[in-house]
Design a protein around this ligand. Structure first.
Ligand code: GTP
Ligand code: MG
Length: 150
């Protein structure tokens, strides 16, 4: 029951791509266990992207991420961390395969629509950073259990 933190960035929200992005994960067979829209604070985003704090693009990344609401989600299912990254596409949209979210909807790295955890450890850290335990819904889905998994 692996989980990943997937976030639609402010450009994705402004451009009306929330439904399409959620639909891709639903149609693949992953289970949505947490979802909220919020305008994150600078401090919250600096903590989220703490590993990048020394990069030259860090200030512009934070400005981009505080520029509007994001949609924060937790998705669950087999290999979701790795598959979520594949569904998002490469960091630079010009290197993202067509068929991926970034490859279909974006052009530049600084407006690349979505975030996905890059490892199971990152996922656990990010989920705890964005959600309280009681905001995550651990429900049983017999349909997914029988018809997505053998
Ligand atoms: P996330 O899923 O958002 O974490 O992206 P990533 O894991 O594919 O890339 P990374 O964690 O290295 O960078 C985080 C985010 O910083 C990227 O998604 C971009 O929005 C931004 N970013 C990374 N590299 C650059 C860069 O060279 N220039 C600019 N402007 N932004 C960058
Ligand atoms: Mg990253």
């Amino acid at each position: 029951n692996e989980r990943s933190f997937i976030m639609i960035k402010p450009d994705g929200v402004h451009r009306g791509l929330v439904g399409k992005i959620i639909q891709r994960f639903e149609e693949r067979g992953y289970k949505l266990v947490a979802l909220k829209q919020m305008t994150a604070s600078k401090a919250h985003l600096e903590e989220h992207y703490i590993d990048l704090k020394d990069k030259p693009f860090f200030p512009s990344l934070i400005n981009y991420m505080v520029s509007g609401p994001v949609v924060a989600m937790v998705w669950q299912g087999l290999d979701i961390v790795k598959q979520g990254r594949a569904m998002l596409g490469a960091t630079n949209p010009l290197a993202s395969a067509p068929g991926s979210i970034r490859g279909d909807y974006s052009i530049q790295t600084g407006r690349n629509i979505c975030h996905g955890s890059d490892s199971v450890d990152s996922a656990n850290r990010e989920i705890a950073h964005w959600f309280k335990a009681d905001e995550i819904n651990d429900y049983n889905s017999p349909f997914i259990n029988s018809w997505v998994y053998e």
